[in-house]
Design a binder for this molecule. Structure first.
Ligand code: NAP
Length: 464
């Protein structure tokens, strides 16, 4: 078992939703499993009334099986330090606390700063940490930034510039928690370790690729945040374009962090936006925190092309939305039809490779087989692999990601150039039909009616 010792985690935004529901529970699991043994935790937020006990108590309900010894261990090494992120004197106090903890526990200075805060704070917090002398370029510290990383290409570039003045890229971990999910981690492995897939993975054999991130839930009390971002910026820029990059990238020289990131960045640079549908669920404008005249999209569908030899002529359809009929995150690769031989129907059904990420976890390959009996009829049959049956105790994404940061493994984190190429795609999507307001769709539906028009216009079948 691998384990890391002597790390101080500094969680900026420790009283927030993400820290409460995901980060503290992930640290609990890492300590419980022995992957983390010696650590200290400093939590920073604004709230002067919060205490270590109130923070841990809130988080406890999100820990699947809380262990009282582990919770006590966390309490013993936890310091809560309230200050405003814009207040320079707070960082001086933080520096003293870090040095005291390192000397008390005999740690040699591995510090992980996790910015679980809005992107507007990424540059100021990073620069304030440097100004206070807490971090230096090339030292032993690492810094993680939550998504979304900026608001558009210009803001992402400006954050990258500001943080590169303080940190080397090798110290920077831009988080996209989808990359910590086991099934997503599996995509490159499945593609490049199964030889039979490799000759098929191109425009000669693939008809179209569809990526879905359909949510049943609404904006869940995040109105003020969501109304500034919308579906394209909230999930397409990061999760969905990362899935596309893993599916579409050229074979990396090796399946390691640097080479996978090189390959993802190269393919993202070739993506072109062909068409966009934007929708808004009925009733969105009356949600708390939302502008009553809002034109923010809660639904987006994109038709993308990739301008390189492998993918010429293969459309990539990305579709996501809130308040849709059913939760479904999956990737569907539709192969071209085989020739008409003796089978009925003719041509035979297309084969599909499906990667189910949420709520199902696994792969399915739909192949054609003879229907039992004397006719020549064929029908698709699924060959399935259910990940949760084979690996029932897979770690949660944030557990894997925190462990990777401790190890210094950047494979599951997004490099500055990938982020910038993705934002260029989102800016281009927003620039299409800028005057057209999003179409209103009913809650619990599949999304706006334009989806049907696309299916006819582009001659394909939606797979969700
Ligand atoms: P949140 O609930 O609003 O928490 C924000 C945290 O930042 C709170 O601890 C808040 O402290 C602190 N904070 C805000 N302004 C501050 C200031 N000026 N000085 C000191 N502390 C300040 O947000 P969240 O949902 O946890 O999200 C954090 C980040 O993670 C965001 O970028 C979000 O997009 C991203 N993210 C969240 C989720 C999720 O499920 N929540 C998922 C993926 C990514 P006080 O409460 O004391 O003000």
């Amino acid at each position: 078992m691998q384990h890391m010792d002597g790390t101080i985690f500094v969680i900026m935004g420790v009283t927030g939703d993400l820290a409460t529901r995901k980060l503290i529970p992930a640290l609990h699991e890492l300590l419980k499993d022995g992957h983390l043994q010696k650590c200290a935790i400093i939590g920073v937020a604004n709230d002067q009334t919060a205490t270590i006990d109130s923070i841990l108590e809130k988080s406890k309900s999100f820990i699947p099986e809380p262990n009282s010894d582990v919770l006590q261990k966390i309490r013993d090494v936890f310091v809560y330090q309230p200050f405003d992120f814009n207040d320079q004197s707070g960082y001086q106090k933080l520096k003293v606390t870090l040095e005291n903890l390192e000397s008390q526990f005999g740690f040699s200075g591995q510090r992980i700063f996790y910015l679980s805060v809005m992107p507007d704070y990424f540059a100021p917090i990073t620069q304030n940490l440097a100004l206070a002398g807490i971090i230096k370029k090339g030292d032993n510290s690492r810094i993680a930034y939550e998504k979304p990383f900026g608001h558009n290409l210009a803001s992402a570039k400006s954050i990258n510039k500001a943080i590169h003045s303080v940190f080397d890229e090798s110290q920077i971990y831009r988080v996209d928690h989808f990359l910590g999910k086991e099934l997503v981690d599996n995509i490159a492995l499945v593609r490049f370790t199964n030889l039979f897939l490799q000759p098929l993975w191109n425009h000669q054999y693939i008809d179209n690729i569809q990526i879905f991130l359909n949510e049943e839930i609404d904006i869940n009390h995040r109105g003020a945040f969501y109304d500034r971002y919308g579906a394209l910026r909230d999930v397409v820029q990061n999760h969905m374009l990362q899935l596309l990059a893993l599916i579409a990238m050229e074979p990396p020289k090796a399946l390691d962090g640097q080479h996978i990131r090189d390959a993802k960045s190269a393919v993202l640079q070739c993506v072109k936006v062909e068409d966009v549908i934007k929708g808004q669920y009925a009733g969105y404008r009356t949600e708390s925190g939302v502008n009553p005249n809002s034109t923010t999209e809660t639904f987006a569908a994109l038709r993308l092309s990739i301008e390189n030899d492998r993918w010429t002529g293969v459309p990539f359809y990305l579709k996501t939305g809130k308040c849709l009929r059913a939760k479904n995150t999956s990737i569907h690769i539709t192969f071209k039809s085989a020739q008409c031989m003796v089978s009925t129907p003719c041509p035979p059904p297309q084969n599909h490779l499906i990667i189910n990420i949420d709520p199902a976890h696994g792969f399915a390959l739909e192949i054609n087989a003879k229907v039992s009996g004397y006719s020549n009829q064929i029908a698709p049959v699924p060959m399935t692999f259910c990940h949760s049956k084979l690996c029932p105790n897979s770690p949660e994404a944030y557990e894997t990601l925190l462990f990777d940061i401790m190890k210094g493994d950047q494979s599951a984190f997004v490099r500055f150039d990938e982020i910038e190429h993705s934002w260029a795609i989102i800016d281009a999507a927003h620039a299409q039909h800028p005057e057209t307001p999003p179409t209103i769709y009913e809650k619990g539906s599949q999304g706006p009616d334009e989806l049907k028009i696309w299916a006819e216009k582009y001659n394909f079948v939606w797979r969700d």
